[in-house]
Design a protein around this ligand. Structure first.
Ligand SMILES: [Zn+2]
Length: 87
């Protein structure tokens, strides 16, 4: 079976379980990804601290875009609010 054919056959079965932000994990090194996870956790659970540190979805989005990652502030915001497709 060709790779295209196998993808065409499985695409309806595979549910997207990672949003645009989570997919960045594949393109970052472990330390970078860990730091993003910490920032997301702060924004989720420690809002005052996150604010004090200057963390925000638009700030994170800008930094990532400056480094060539095409991600929107909305994608980050949905991930922080757990409104994304991540499990
Ligand atoms: Zn997500």
């Amino acid at each position: 079976m060709s790779e295209l054919l196998s993808k065409l056959k499985t695409s309806t079965k595979t549910r997207q379980t990672r949003c645009g932000l989570s997919l960045l994990e594949d393109n970052l090194d472990a330390a970078e990804w860990d730091q993003i996870c910490l920032i997301v956790e702060d924004m989720r659970n420690r809002r005052a601290e996150a604010k004090a540190k200057g963390y925000s979805c638009s700030w994170l989005g800008r930094i990532l875009r400056e480094h060539g990652f095409l991600i929107s502030d909305n994608t980050i915001q949905r991930h922080v609010r757990k409104n994304c497709c991540c499990e």
